[in-house]
Ligand binder design. Sequence first.
Ligand code: M6R
Length: 369
Amino acid sequence: VKGGFDSFMDKEIHDQPKAVADTLLGRTDASGDLMLDELRIPETVLRSIDKIIVIACGTAAYSGHVAKYAIEHWCRIPVEVELAHEFRYRDPILTPRTLVVAISQSGETMDTLMAVRHAREQGAYVLAIVNTHGSTIPRESDAVLYTHAGPEVAVASTKAFLAQITACYLLGLYLAQLRGTKFADEIQETLQELQALPDKIQSVLDDEAAVREVAQAMKDEPSFLFLGRHVGYPVALEGALKLKEIAYIHAEGFAAGELKHGPIALIDTGQPVFVIAPSPRGRDQLHSKVVSNIQEVRARGARTLVIAEEGDEAVVPYADILFRVPQTPTLLSPLVAVVPLQIFASELAKAKGLDVDQPRNLAKSVTVE
Ligand code: M6R
């Protein structure tokens, strides 16, 4: 059942090219236009929504963070991302023009389900992005966009995360198409970029040995920090969560821009710091800002583990260890950048002799509040 892998987590990490490809499959018509028939919310409603609130927990919430950057950029609709349990117990402002997007692998997470019920009671439309067919959250939502990751067994979510991000991209591009906020050829171009992602993810998997070797060598480190900007920020959060969950190591993800506002005080000689470098081909200053952040932590003694695009030479002088990922447009880059972090956590947990699939104190789906 583990397909020859040591753990379900490793198998599921390797299932990721297929999880992304399957989530994209069959969602365009003959002319290449996006067609999300399952989205049974009336088009008039989708055209009129003025706010999106993503509700989810854990890894699923980080996919929502990625969605915020993409959907706001493509659709010019404000997107809030909120942990479902926080959303539920405040007094959120919801109207019939609010689209609530509930993201869940299991479709059974009680915190997310309660938030879905709350949102619907307040008159908002709820769209579920869920992996498990026949689960409760889609049944209680107005519509569902299924991720096609296949069953995920390991407690630490991997392929469901990539499939959730992919479904969020589809939603964003669909809304952009419907609302005319992007030209058809731009949408087509992004879709083509998205179609190229499964092969790119595969190429990261093909290079996994180097990541595993570093993880084994670092198995006794007591703490790791993760830095990222823009979509690299949720990737940093996810990298830290994986390490906490399965390797029981203290790990924190930060927005790289926050460094000077506190976290840089943590940097001491030898502190390992992962940095997710954005594409140097972006037209903004994102890349140079992150290069400065790498320099800043290194100047204070950090050991830097940098995830960077092939061909990015600017990071080379400041990276103690460099993991390469294929060139990918910034907004889509989490689909490749997170993969080395998943492999790293899995290998490190294994090197410590831990049960990778069934970490202590955790359940695969959290069905109590
Ligand atoms: O089934 P869900 O996607 O609703 O679960 C949400 C979280 O409990 C889940 O992502 C959790 O954080 C994972 N164990 C992360 O690896």
